[in-house]
Design a protein around this ligand. Sequence first.
Ligand SMILES: Cc1ncc(COP(=O)(O)O)c(C=O)c1O
Length: 328
Amino acid sequence: MCGLRGLPQPGICFIAFHGKMYCFHSLVSVRSPPKSLKHSWQTPPSGSVFVSGTLSRTFGVEFVTVNQDADGIEVGELRHTLQQRAQQGLPPPKFIYDVVDFHNPSGVTATAQRRSELVDLAREWNIFLIEDNPYRRVRFRGESLPTLKSLDADGDLVFHVGTFSKLIAPGLRLGWIAAHESLIARLIRLKSDGGCSPFMQQVVLGFCQSPHFTTHVRKVQDTYREHRDRMLAAVKRELPGVQVAIPEGGYYLWLTLPANVNSDVLASRAEEVAVHIIPGSRFFPSEDETTLARARRYVRLSYSFATLDQIDEGLKRLGPIYRSLASG
Ligand SMILES: Cc1ncc(COP(=O)(O)O)c(C=O)c1O
């Protein structure tokens, strides 16, 4: 049900959570005392920068960023970063974080090779991996690739974080962590919220075990595939000169704009015509000028919630704003 079927995992266990933030707060707390934490955090870019902001403020977590290409997180660069930090006498990160399936916002799906390289590197350096995987079942074509958790041969390296938000409903506030039983035992000791509603868990479990679930997953996939294709066509029509990779699943299109179009400006003008898009600057944890200049070339569009007509209408409103910036 969680997309983790067939795991040959020693001692794998699950714990339920209200949502992503609860998961991350607990993971940060279980690993070491606040303030001393260092994370390797993937960019560009990461939707989870919304998380990183909160974790920095709440726990003083420091984020070290690593680039991503069309095959996933750049493991060679990550290795280099780890070595450099070691040479400088800096501690290794407490966690490596990645979204390997239909990354938010880039839409990138990590190749099988990148996944095993990442797990091997984490094993070599003995660093925990957080596999944040909310979109795994929202796949439009092809077969699912192995989760990082399934590549974790001893079972004690990867925390697989899942949620029902993207597949069933965000309002359920139901997610989980799959990890080694010894790690789950530590998470249980930290849990102070009285637990997730057992009633809701039973309702969701019943749904997942019923024949309706398979039909539902297919419907989600078919619906969002249609939305993605509609938005891709509208982007092509309305935003000439924009580059867009076609995601194999998930919720987002990640656009690269021509150098003279600033996505912060585009997003704020779009708001004036009631079109909500998210500029790249919202996804990069670092705020230095070089990073921001790069971030302003990107924008994230979401096709999940809008109807097909709204997708057409949104792009129809965005088109003239974009074209006037691009020609200006
Ligand atoms: C990378 C990532 N992780 C997790 C989630 C889901 O979080 P939650 O379970 O709190 O709804 C999202 C949704 O926006 C996301 O993009």
